[in-house]
Ligand binder design. Structure first.
Ligand code: PLP
Length: 478
């Protein structure tokens, strides 16, 4: 496509964009169980207006746009209070969980550079269930990730194992509330004791659930362990507004115990001939839209609005997990603490289950195995899904019955095929190309059914899997 010489009409432009949506799944209708969090049309009307009204305001220079500064301060304060931070707790608004995590890790690294200069090769201690964003942060900021396996029954981090993996180079450790994969909360209080005993930075990843869990903690009907700033030893927390905060996308908060820690987050330079660059976050020019959208959502819903959503979502989640567990062929992993869970099966290939559900208009998210966590489908239940409980169960039962009526793609068969390709190929490059072909990942094209590809990827060594997926993405984008 080229930029048209003559500008087109408002209607023509928007109509084309709308057409692009034809093949998207019914997200607002509650057919997607990840990525999307809709608080309902009424609230969205407010948050979308706020978002659009502040689209062109820039948070680059708080002195030029005091409105944006005010909005950011309000959002940060509201979330800091929710997470029981005292008046010393500070933070910033970021574009999402990944940016919050990148910043927390960078800040911990620069804090260590200042206070522990003897550490030349800093390490970040991660439970296997830590989000991929921490691995990205380690890669971007040159930390060595040290990975500790999680409990194979509960899928929670094991504080004793984490403690044993500490070295003189460890500067930061991570726990999640909850971790995304299985929806369980790591034992944050115990991890904090380990961190304090070794004088380490502890980051709590509350990206997906920090906001909902805090609200649940305040409700009588739920039991939520302490995971926030009430726990001594917690140094920083990330919490996304654009997940269970139900705000429009591009909204997260990163918080620090105090200002002297956050100082290491801020970048400033006057070496350039252009204006002095003073940035608290990774973005420099930064739209006021997402902040205004988050501010508006918090104010429009209020705690009671969130509580009503949470009650419905938690009821629906429990009914869904019961339904899954009743089927006999599939079951939920561990005992999820919130509204996310992972489905496994001993009799059917869950990646085929994802395809069957997709054909029926539903999206469940495949997750590869990782040590004690078997291959599974992730389900995040949010408000839009609640009204779809009955149709979901029907589609789910249909899909399972369909799979029971034909032979599955078995991991054993695929593993043998993969081993053969790897064995026959002369070089790793040749093997990779062949595997890409076997998996159907050629030329940036995806087939309708993903189960075979996913099972091939499932059977590959982790490094190879990551490389193939990276190559694929490189082909997918122009
Ligand atoms: C989603 C998620 C992230 C990353 O957030 P993005 O907004 O997608 O960048 C980090 N941690 C957890 C636990 C998450 O669920």
């Amino acid at each position: 496509m080229k930029i048209p010489d003559t500008g087109e009409t408002h209607d023509a432009v928007l109509a084309d964009l709308e057409k692009f949506r034809q093949h998207d799944l019914n997200v607002r209708g509650g057919h997607v169980f990840c990525y999307s969090y809709h608080p309902g049309a009424d609230v969205e009307r407010t948050s979308e207006s706020a978002f659009v009204n502040f689209l062109t305001e820039s948070a680059l220079d708080p002195t030029t746009f005091p409105s944006v500064m005010r909005i950011e301060r309000d959002v940060v304060r509201m979330i800091a209070n929710l997470l029981r931070g005292d008046e010393n707790v500070v933070g910033n608004f970021t574009s999402g969980g990944t940016e919050s995590i990148l910043l927390a890790v960078k800040t911990a690294r620069d804090h260590a550079r200042a206070h522990r200069p003897e550490v030349k090769e800093p390490e970040i201690l991660l439970p296997r269930s830590a989000h991929g964003a921490f691995f990205k942060a380690a890669a971007y900021f040159n930390l060595k990730p040290v990975i500790v396996e999680i409990d194979p029954e509960t899928f929670r981090a094991i504080p004793k194992a984490m403690a044993e993996a500490i070295t003189p180079n460890t500067i930061i450790m991570v726990g999640s509330a909850p971790q995304y994969a299985h929806g369980v909360i790591d034992p944050i209080a115990e991890l904090a004791q380990v961190a304090e005993a070794h004088k380490l930075w502890l980051h709590v990843d509350g990206c997906v659930g920090g906001i909902q869990l805090s609200l649940m903690r305040e409700m009588d009907e739920f039991q939520i362990p302490d995971f926030d700033f009430s726990v001594p030893g917690v140094t920083s927390i990330s919490a996304d507004m654009h997940k269970y905060g139900y705000s429009p996308k591009g909204a997260s908060v990163v918080l620090y115990r105090n200002k002297s820690l956050r100082r290491h987050q801020i970048f400033s330079t006057t070496d350039s001939a252009t204006y002095a660059l003073i940035n608290p976050t990774i973005q420099s020019t930064k739209s006021g839209g997402p902040m205004a959208g988050a501010w508006a959502t918090l104010r429009r819903l209020g705690k009671n609005g969130y509580r009503n959503i949470i009650r419905e979502v938690m009821k629906c989640t429990r009914k869904m997990m019961d339904h899954v567990n009743k089927s006999g062929d599939v079951r939920v992993l561990g005992q999820p603490d919130m509204s996310m869970f992972a489905i496994v099966s001993d009799t059917i290939n869950v990646y085929e289950l994802a395809d069957e559900m997709r054909e029926r208009g539903w999206y469940l998210q495949p997750q590869f195995s990782a040590d004690c966590s078997p291959m599974n489908l992730h389900v995040s239940v949010s408000f839009a899904n609640v009204a779809q409980f009955d149709p979901f169960c029907k589609a789910f039962d249909d899909a399972v019955a369909q799979l029971k009526s034909r032979p599955p793609i078995t991991v054993e068969d695929v593993r043998n095929q993969v081993a053969q390709v790897l064995g026959e190929s002369e070089s790793l490059e040749a093997a990779m190309e062949k595997l890409g072909q076997v998996a159907g990942l050629a030329n940036g094209q995806l087939p309708e059914r993903m189960a075979f590809i996913n099972t091939v990827l499932e059977c590959l060594p982790r490094d190879l899997r990551a490389t193939i997926l990276g190559d694929f993405l490189n082909d997918l984008y122009v």
